[in-house]
Design a protein around this ligand. Structure first.
Ligand SMILES: Cc1cc2nc3c(=O)[nH]c(=O)nc-3n(C[C@H](O)[C@H](O)[C@H](O)COP(=O)(O)OP(=O)(O)OC[C@H]3O[C@@H](n4cnc5c(N)ncnc54)[C@H](O)[C@@H]3O)c2cc1C
Length: 372
């Protein structure tokens, strides 16, 4: 006999844990399934830190969403009695008319966000460990900071369970099908039936689209942590903001030293992959490439390599997210292709998914429709 649920959430990483939490909070009977036991290091939500920033270069439409997400993270932190985020400020460095600074400035101006535009010399004076190009500028925003993704997922899952969600880990969905107004999910253990299904499968989503024409590419990314070789106090979170950099050939970001080293990662230049055939080891040449960035732009951070990790982006064609009903099966909600910048929004995406699932209107979702 099949077990019957109001909603099944498949995938309990960032988006699925937030969705399960919101759905359970509304009193629905929620079953959550995951292939592994989140938080884990197989998908897109590991690596100790994620940036949260308000002066959003990608599009000003994200600003109200990130502001709401930030408030929800704070509430969640209070609820579980654990700090989930730290405000460090954020510095976007690049050409004044480049995608990064121009976009961040447009968001800041349109939404009246506090910010300062610094010359390259002013950046160096305020943050002596940074070495921007002489022609670059820096947009400093005070509200940016860092979230701790593993703690965030744990907190969301704890709240979901407390509110009645049943979470089964180590039990991957094998197939799903929608018929006769219900959705049937098969696992190795049995079949579950629900009124609604949420697909929050991160980089595994392409295998479960069941006819939805959504162009997705899964991209291998690397994160490196370096111990400062001088002036370690200047790399501490109370001394250095998170930084995003646009240079002539790439965008990369750094996160101050929370005790594991200064983190550096390039945004979008990884090979196209998938979770099954992912190259999980990092070559010496790739370590050297990361070190070269640090040597050039934050040279005092280029001490010992402390750690490195491979992680996955799930990119859409336009770089925005997909949070929408399945185009062929409206009882199925797709949530999670986030093009490498979605973690900070997980709390607000959880709310959006819950509203879509129960048929409530959703504000701010127009950028995130399935576009094929
Ligand atoms: C290196 C890196 C840095 C990033 N930096 C930032 C940042 O600074 N700020 C930011 O906002 N965003 C950032 N992102 C993006 C953000 O982390 C992701 O958008 C987000 O974490 C994705 O969460 P998810 O829930 O979609 O995927 P995941 O967390 O990977 O969750 C998918 C889940 O589905 C489960 N699953 C898979 N198959 C099945 C199945 N068949 N049945 C059941 N469960 C299954 C998996 O086990 C997994 O737990 C970064 C991403 C990477 C990789």
């Amino acid at each position: 006999m099949s077990e019957r649920w109001d909603v099944i959430v498949t995938g309990l990483g960032a988006m699925g844990s937030a969705a399960a939490r919101e759905l359970a909070r509304r009193g629905l009977r929620v079953l959550g399934l995951d292939r592994y036991a989140p938080p884990h290091a197989h998908g897109s939500t590991h690596g100790r830190t994620r940036i949260i920033r308000e002066a959003y270069f990608e599009d000003p439409a994200y600003v109200p969403l990130v502001q709401r997400a930030g408030r929800l993270w704070q509430e969640l932190g209070r609820e579980v009695g654990e700090p989930l985020q730290v405000r460090t400020g954020g510095l976007m460095i690049g050409p004044e008319d480049g995608e990064l600074v121009r976009g961040a400035r447009a968001s800041a101006e349109q939404h009246g966000l506090p910010h300062e535009l610094l010359t390259s010399a002013e950046v160096r004076r305020r943050f002596p460990v940074l070495v921007p190009d002489p022609g670059a500028v820096g947009l400093l925003e005070p509200h940016a900071g860092v979230l701790f993704p593993e703690a965030c997922v744990r907190a969301l899952l704890a709240c979901a369970t407390r509110d009645g969600a049943v979470l089964r880990t180590g039990e991957p969905m094998l197939t799903w099908r929608a018929e006769g107004g219900v959705v049937r999910v098969a696992t190795a253990i049995g079949e579950y039936v629900a009124d609604r299904l949420v697909l929050a499968l991160g980089p595994w989503l392409p295998d479960f689209l069941n006819g939805a024409q959504i162009q997705l590419s899964v991209e291998r990314q690397m994160q490196h942590w370096f111990a400062p070789r001088a002036q370690p106090e200047r790399f501490a979170p109370d001394a250095l903001p998170i930084t995003l950099w646009e240079t002539s050939d790439r965008m990369f970001y750094t996160i101050p030293d929370f005790g594991d080293g200064v983190k550096v990662a390039v945004h979008h230049d990884g090979e196209i992959s998938d979770p099954q055939r992912l190259r999980r080891t990092i070559s010496d040449q790739e370590d050297a490439n990361a070190r070269a960035i640090v040597e050039r732009f934050l040279p005092n951070a280029a001490g010992d390599l402390r750690d490195r990790a491979v992680c996955l982006y799930t990119n859409t064609a336009d770089g925005h997210f997909v949070i929408d009903h399945h185009p062929l099966h409206p009882e199925v909600v797709i949530a999670s292709p986030c093009s490498g910048h979605g973690f900070k929004f997980a709390t607000v995406i959880g709310e959006m998914v819950a509203k879509l699932t129960v048929g409530e209107p959703v504000d701010g979702i127009s950028l995130f429709h399935c576009r094929g």
